[in-house]
Design a protein around this ligand. Structure first.
Ligand SMILES: Cc1cc2nc3c(=O)[nH]c(=O)nc-3n(C[C@H](O)[C@H](O)[C@H](O)COP(=O)(O)O)c2cc1C
Length: 320
């Protein structure tokens, strides 16, 4: 069984699996490995460090990959889009902000414009502005998100913007999630947390091991890590991470955190350097239970496809 969908046709890929453009975590090695396994890997252009981005294009080698930007950061550094388009990406993904000013340039460069949204209203707006693909991101997701759960959001977005291809994001950690997304009318999935615990991801070894041992019962959406990192994220977006000593201490005490921010930042930098996962962020979402090892990204793509094919052939194990 081949999982061919309008997404695989549009992007010219074999499997309907995209790896998320995780800022500072999804470099060229991860994106390249996902693309080489038949999905599409997206470099995490995130907070826009031009030197890092250039290095990661090189690290992707000859693999055909794309890149993602945090839209409200792109507003302050619009030249980053031209620099990215010069690499002839397969796709450019925009999340967290108004994508409209950038879509024409992306299309004109021959790249597919992917817009990640968190509501039906924003999906409609992105479709009207000219998006080629809509990613419907549920709040189960690791990293930044807002609002609704994936399971109801995805079919609602499919109904709102079809026949435009819709991709499900948030909580997809194995092939069952991919099969479920396809059953809901999505044309594929965008996966972050599961690839965070891949060999190629640029998370610390300690954070990957912690992710592989974690449960989605123990995640939280909070602003505390954005405060300590000095990122002025607009409402309503909050970062989903594992709960740890840092979130227990500061979530709910944001004013005190802001008052102590200089000292906390110094301690935080030391914790990051030491790989201390009780203080540094482990940025994964509710799919944590589905992460059981740290594996090569290509193997994760193959597992997901095999499991989805099995799930789709078998139907629900509960139907007599
Ligand atoms: C470590 C991490 C970093 C992320 N950084 C970004 C980012 O820079 N830009 C973005 O559009 N999405 C980012 N995301 C969110 C993903 O695009 C995606 O919506 C999410 O990972 C899907 O849910 P999942 O984590 O359950 O797979 C990030 C996610 C993770 C886990």
């Amino acid at each position: 069984m081949a999982l061919r969908t309008p997404l695989t046709t549009l992007l010219g890929i074999e499997h309907p699996i995209l790896s998320a453009p995780m800022a500072g975590v999804a470099g060229g090695a991860l994106a390249g490995a996902v693309s080489q396994a038949g999905g599409l890997g997206l470099i995490g252009g995130g907070y826009i460090d031009p030197d890092w981005i250039e290095r990661e294009w090189a690290a992707a080698g000859n693999a055909r990959v794309g890149i993602g930007f945090i839209t409200w950061r792109l507003e302050a550094a619009p030249a980053a889009l031209d620099a990215a388009l010069a690499h002839r990406p397969a796709a450019v993904m925009l999340s967290f902000g108004d994508p409209a000013p950038y879509l024409e340039r992306i299309r004109a460069a021959g790249a597919v414009a992917i817009c990640q949204v968190q509501s039906v209203a924003d999906a409609r707006r992105a479709a009207e502005a000219g998006a080629g693909v809509i990613v419907a991101q549920g709040a189960d997701a690791g990293g930044h998100g807002a609002g609704r759960g994936t399971f109801a959001l995805v079919p609602a977005v499919v109904d709102a913007v079809g026949p435009l291809p819709v991709v499900a994001a948030g909580g997809v950690g194995d092939g069952r999630g991919l099969a479920a997304a396809l059953a809901m009318g999505a044309a594929g999935v965008l996966v972050g947390s599961r690839f965070y615990a891949s060999r190629e991801a640029q998370a610390s070894p300690q954070a990957k091991d912690r992710a592989a041992a974690a449960s989605g019962d123990h995640t939280i959406q909070s602003s505390v890590y954005d405060r300590v990192r000095g990122f002025a994220w607009p409402a309503p977006f909050r970062l989903r991470t594992l709960r740890n000593r840092f979130t227990e201490r500061w979530h709910g005490s944001e004013a005190a955190l802001d008052d102590a921010i200089e000292a906390v930042r110094a301690d935080y930098a030391r914790a990051v350097a030491a790989g201390d996962t009780e203080e540094a962020a482990v940025v994964i979402g509710e799919a944590a239970d589905l992460i059981r090892d740290v594996a090569p990204a290509g193997e994760l793509v193959r597992r997901m496809v095999d499991e989805a094919e099995t799930a789709l052939r078998a139907g629900s194990g509960c139907i007599a």
